[in-house]
Design a protein around this ligand. Structure first.
Ligand SMILES: Nc1nc2c(ncn2[C@@H]2O[C@H](COP(=O)(O)OP(=O)(O)OP(=O)(O)O)[C@@H](O)[C@H]2O)c(=O)[nH]1
Length: 228
């Protein structure tokens, strides 16, 4: 199994362009929005995925960070735009609100939302609940299907879990009809899986017949699993 090892992830403003290669600029990037309460590990997850990097020092985000990467989906290279948003107080209810708050730019047109909570923090799950509800209520009209993936981070702190896993999983999968993944950015558990799930859900809503075969640029190495 081979995949590109060069890392071309770029960090910058929303004006960042897709890669010159990849899909050849022909198709828009898959836009992935990572949301969650403060300190749940959004940045840690994104950086672990893109750079295999992890820091124990909290570095609160006050602005959104946009990263570009790529994934091979069923033999085609797609640009990925992953945006790590700060803990926004509410999902913007209109385009105007979205564009007047620089933290929120681009959020309403994401193709998939990764909503992260800390399995040891009840309030962070409440945040996810609220955010999901607001996304469903306020998304851009005409985008009926809004893939949302719920992610429980800090799985390594399992002993401090505040809601039993099966309760959350049942609620999320059966009632919300969303995907659910638990991960640890600290130990790199299920980080690849969660982005694969996110991409799969975008593939499914964009193109029904896609049974996604996914390889990520740079994100797969050595001991990590290969998803085919
Ligand atoms: N034990 C453990 N700690 C984690 C994990 N992921 C993140 N952390 C820690 O949680 C703290 C917050 O992580 P961040 O990635 O900055 O969280 P964030 O959600 O981006 O925070 P804001 O930008 O403030 O919203 C840091 O000290 C991380 O080291 C994890 O999987 N396990």
């Amino acid at each position: 199994m081979h995949w590109p090892v060069a890392c071309e992830n770029r960090e910058g403003g929303a004006g960042g362009r897709g890669r010159g290669g990849g899909s050849g600029g022909m198709s828009p990037p898959f836009k992935i929005a990572v949301l969650g309460a403060q300190g749940v590990g959004k940045t840690a997850i994104v950086r672990r995925f893109l750079c295999d990097d992890y820091s124990e020092t909290p570095s609160p985000n006050h602005a959104r960070r946009v990263y570009l990467s790529a994934a091979v989906l069923n033999g085609h290279v797609h640009d990925l735009q992953i945006t790590d948003y700060p803990a926004i107080p509410a999902f913007p209810g209109s385009s105007l609100q979205e564009w007047t708050d620089s933290c929120c730019r681009g959020i309403r047109s994401a193709h998939v939302y990764i909503l992260v909570y800390d399995i040891c923090c009840f309030d962070s799950f409440e945040y996810v609940k609220t955010m999901r509800q607001q996304i469903l209520e306020t998304r851009v009209l005409g985008t009926a299907e809004t893939p949302i993936l719920i992610v429980g981070n800090k799985r390594d702190l399992q002993r401090g879990r505040v809601i039993p896993r099966h309760n959350v999983s049942d609620l999320v999968r059966k009632s919300w009809k969303c995907g659910y993944v638990e991960c640890s950015a600290h130990f790199n558990w299920h980080i690849l899986l969660l982005f694969s799930e996110a991409l799969r859900s975008v593939g499914c809503s964009r193109c029904k017949h896609v049974h996604a075969t996914i390889r990520f640029q740079r994100a797969l190495r050595r001991e990590r699993c290969v998803l085919m």
